[in-house]
Design a protein around this ligand. Structure first.
Ligand SMILES: Cc1cc2nc3c(=O)[nH]c(=O)nc-3n(C[C@H](O)[C@H](O)[C@H](O)COP(=O)(O)OP(=O)(O)OC[C@H]3O[C@@H](n4cnc5c(N)ncnc54)[C@H](O)[C@@H]3O)c2cc1C
Ligand SMILES: *[C@@H]1O[C@H](CO)[C@@H](O)[C@H](O)[C@H]1NC(C)=O
Ligand SMILES: *[C@@H]1O[C@H](CO)[C@@H](O)[C@H](O)[C@H]1NC(C)=O
Length: 505
């Protein structure tokens, strides 16, 4: 029905994001062969390699769009030394582009590359606990860059410890942490990146360095939110803290309860600094298969309190579905796991914790559902609203490049609009409609004086510009760090996936 305008819209989007979706030249294959010649053949998977390792690596991406991108080979390093060797070889060749992949959960191909070399870090996924050299009592969790959150949590929980982990079991540690990272522990511990005490990094010339508070402090700070601009991180060392049981889960009610659930989120954000153990994530979901709209809420108290007053306004909602229980963090993230394997455009915004804008988000969701109802291949449309109280930005002021210690002057809501479908054509249509909706919501937030500049790199569409939202000081800082540690711009030009600081004015 709306398909007539589709080709023009796709052409317009393609014109805005050439680097992201462009096909790299054939140097990828030369690079792959050079890795084999250097004796690393065992770690290099071509489409024709017996055992199917190439395909199984591609099939382990979250998004169908990413699974369909075909690199010349997949390189699976077994150590930081392997990564170092490979980067020395590849950066000395005149061409051949590279993608780096952690958990592979980005919904667009910033983590895989056609006709290039995809470095799949999955064999570097171990978590080791050790005593901090700086303190007699602190225990550090050293996590390989290919790890996913469930495995990390299971390992640290064996010792009665926890980390500021993501909230879905299969999501990768690397991408989430390099972009910031929101955790159920953010109320007490800030962004996941604020909990990293040391990064082991392979630089563009193949050197393996540490970045921490005493060594390479500038790189240490730039990696806290700066993404894939500076090097390949091979290990993240996280601060740990005592683990406890959590109380929470996901609930779902009919759409007519949306106002109660939204009002509750707004109040929770207002009081969150006094109740940092409480989390609420609001979900507006249109299940296209069932042609049914619901309002959902993920409520989690990280101290295991079953009676937190933060959730009282929702006490009378008749939930159709309620998984709340007392459980470990590792159990909670499995419960929230999402299957993947669909095409899923995502857009994101932030706005102040304002009832008018929150209600506008609900109204625009209803309008989008009305427009999309009946599209045969549509799976679901989802809007996610999360707490972004300003105290999150004060956990590590000046210690990361997110810029929120300057820009987050009011409590805010982090908004995501997501579509899920199977066919490329449906995805294109959803993407176009979500882009329009995002612009409308942003304009509305501005019109009522409730706009917020920060954009979350891990939730935005490739046409959005998250690094710019970090502010001029952080942009200049990241450009300086990139120039210092990567003077020839290897990570700007030969590793094109993700948001590149050299593209920001
Ligand atoms: C179902 C689901 C749940 C989510 N839940 C949360 C959540 O609770 N909190 C939250 O904050 N976010 C969440 N996200 C968003 C998530 O943070 C991003 O998708 C993130 O990029 C995932 O990390 P990854 O390692 O899986 O990503 P990948 O897609 O593998 O990588 C993302 C980017 O990081 C780069 N990269 C990866 N590894 C390295 C490395 N070692 N060195 C340098 N660059 C590297 C890649 O090149 C790519 O550009 C969720 C996403 C999904 C799909
Ligand atoms: C910081 O890096 C130096 C140099 O590699 C290392 O000796 C030190 O242990 C690191 N500090 C932390 C906290 O890891
Ligand atoms: C959507 O509804 C269908 C049919 O009722 C159901 O089988 C499916 O699990 C629902 N999907 C989601 C994501 O809730």
């Amino acid at each position: 029905m709306h398909h007539s305008c589709l080709p023009a819209a796709l052409a317009a989007l393609a014109a805005i994001v050439p680097e992201t979706f462009a096909t790299a030249p054939d140097g990828g294959l030369l690079g792959c062969r050079a890795l084999v010649s250097a004796g690393m053949g065992q770690n290099v998977q071509f489409p024709s390699t017996p055992g199917g390792g190439y395909r199984s690596s591609l099939n382990s991406y979250y998004s169908l769009d990413v699974r369909e991108v075909e690199p010349s080979c997949v390189f699976k390093p077994r150590s930081a030394h392997d990564v170092s060797q490979a980067i020395k070889i590849i950066s000395n060749l005149p061409s051949g582009n590279v993608a780096v992949r952690g958990g592979g959960h980005t919904v667009w191909p910033n983590n895989n590359i056609a006709n290039g070399i995809t470095i799949d870090m999955s064999l570097l996924g171990h978590t080791k606990l050790h005593q901090s050299k700086e303190s007699d009592t602190a225990v550090i969790a050293s996590v390989g860059a290919g790890a996913r959150w469930e495995a990390v949590l299971l390992e640290v929980e064996k010792r009665g410890l926890s980390v500021a982990a993501g909230r879905v079991s299969t999501v990768g540690v690397a991408g989430l942490t390099l972009g910031g990272g929101l955790s159920f522990h953010s109320g007490r511990h800030g962004f996941t990146c604020d909990n990293v005490v040391n990064y082991e990094v392979v630089l563009a010339d193949g050197q393996i360095v540490n970045a921490n508070a005493t060594q390479n402090l500038d790189l240490f700070k730039a990696l806290k939110g700066g993404g894939s601009n500076f090097g390949i991180v091979t290990r993240f060392d996280f601060a740990t803290f005592p683990a406890g049981l959590l109380y929470g889960g996901i609930m779902m009610a009919t759409w007519d309860h949306k106002q109660t659930v939204l009002d509750s989120l707004i109040r929770l954000i207002e009081i969150n600094e006094q109740h940092p153990a409480d989390n609420q994530i609001v979900l507006f979901t249109y299940n296209a298969t069932a042609d049914f709209m619901t309002v959902g809420s993920i409520n989690v108290n990280v101290d295991g309190a079953t009676d937190s007053t933060s959730f009282e306004p929702m006490a009378s909602v008749p939930w159709l579905y309620d998984t709340r229980t007392t459980q470990t963090y590792a159990e909670m993230v499995v419960d929230l796991s999402d299957p993947g394997g669909e095409r899923s455009p995502w857009f994101s915004l932030c706005f102040q914790n304002n009832k008018l804008v929150a209600n506008k988000a609900a109204e625009l969701f209803e309008k989008l559902v009305a427009e999309c109802r009946g599209i045969a291949d549509l799976h679901r449309i989802q809007v996610v609203l999360q707490q972004l109280p300003k105290h999150y930005a004060q956990k590590n002021p000046g210690g990361n490049v997110l810029g929120m210690d300057n820009s987050l002057t009011e409590d805010a809501i982090l908004w995501q609009g997501q579509g899920y479908a199977q066919a490329r054509e449906t995805e294109g249509l959803l993407r176009e409609k979500l882009a329009t909706l995002t612009a409308e919501l942003e304009a509305y937030a501005k019109s009522v004086g409730a706009a917020t500049q920060w954009r979350y790199i891990n939730y935005v569409d490739p046409t959005q510009d998250p690094l710019k939202s970090y502010g001029p000081e952080n942009i200049a800082f990241m450009k300086g760090v990139a120039a210092k540690f990567d003077p020839h711009g290897f990570f700007q030009t030969r590793v094109p996936g993700g948001f590149k600081i050299s593209h920001v004015d």
